[in-house]
Design a protein around this ligand. Structure first.
Ligand SMILES: *[C@@H]1O[C@H](CO)[C@@H](O)[C@H](O)[C@H]1NC(C)=O
Ligand SMILES: *[C@@H]1O[C@H](CO)[C@@H](O)[C@H](O)[C@H]1NC(C)=O
Length: 252
């Protein structure tokens, strides 16, 4: 690991994918439910043993994976395969010519596609681990965060990150350049959002940091989240039409 650029490690660590089930219906839900069914992990990993276990020990919460060890092993396998490929190619012409194959299985997955500039949202298919089926803002429009300031937690201005993440439709949210976003209150996401901080140095700091609750399908890629502190005792919006009173947040 000693030879890696720090940016690789940061990029890898800061990939955070969250997925929580939601019963609510949106107009995008039908197609997405179809996608989800196809990607449903219960179907992917179903085997007689786990079915047997869950019949006996029905302690699983909704959305809980029936066989978590399989997921962990798969993450190890993919990380190892990517690292091994990188080491094997190092020093060869193929490696020199390639901008992908950097040893991170997630970036290797989408960046090695020669058409990746046209297929950016394929990132959503490249995730590994427990969040691997999260769709993020796949299929949605691109949204550019142009305003890092003015973090009004109740009436966020268009162009701010807060304005983007509360929208009801899927959005693929990108940043035009380096950005330091100081939150006044926790940033409450709505479903089906991707934050892509690649290509820029994006930092999110401040009150409450990120809250994902009662929503699904969020991908946060290449964004630095740090120096979070408790916030709350304040009104915060969670959708374009709703804000509510929030008690103290833990600041994580
Ligand atoms: C996933 O599949 C299982 C078993 O086939 C089913 O019980 C569950 O409802 C499915 N979940 C989703 C989100 O489709
Ligand atoms: C992320 O954003 C950067 C900068 O805009 C862009 O170069 C890159 O292709 C994007 N990647 C994805 C997966 O959206």
């Amino acid at each position: 690991m000693g030879t890696f650029k720090p940016s690789f490690q940061l990029r890898f660590i800061l990939l955070l994918i969250a997925r929580v089930y939601l019963k609510g219906i949106s107009r995008f839900h039908k197609k997405r439910e179809e996608d989800l069914r196809k990607k449903n992990w219960s179907n992917q990993y179903e085997n007689p043993q786990s079915a047997h276990q869950s019949a006996f020990l029905n302690l699983a919460l909704p959305g809980q994976h029936p066989n978590p060890e399989v997921v962990v092993q798969e993450v190890h396998r993919k990380v190892y395969a990517s690292l091994a490929r990188r080491q094997m190619l190092q020093g060869t012409q193929k490696y020199q010519d390639s901008s992908c194959l950097i040893g991170n299985p997630i970036d290797d997955c989408w960046e090695c596609d020669p058409n990746w500039p046209d297929n950016r949202q394929n990132l959503a298919d490249c995730a590994i681990g427990f969040g691997q089926y999260a769709l993020g803002g796949k299929g949605g429009e691109y949204d550019v965060v142009t305003d890092s300031s003015n973090d009004d937690a109740v009436n966020p201005r268009p162009g701010t990150l807060r304005y983007a993440v509360i929208q009801t439709e899927p959005l693929w949210i990108v940043f035009p350049g380096n950005m330091l976003i100081k939150l006044s209150q926790e940033l409450i996401f709505n479903s089906c959002k991707t934050l892509n901080g690649s290509g820029a140095n994006v930092h999110i700091v401040g009150g409450g940091c990120i809250t994902l609750q009662f929503i699904s399908n969020v991908i946060i890629h290449n964004v630095h989240i740090h120096h979070c502190y408790p916030s709350g005792d304040a009104n915060v919006c969670s959708s374009p039409t709703h804000y509510g009173y929030r008690t103290k947040s833990d600041g994580f």
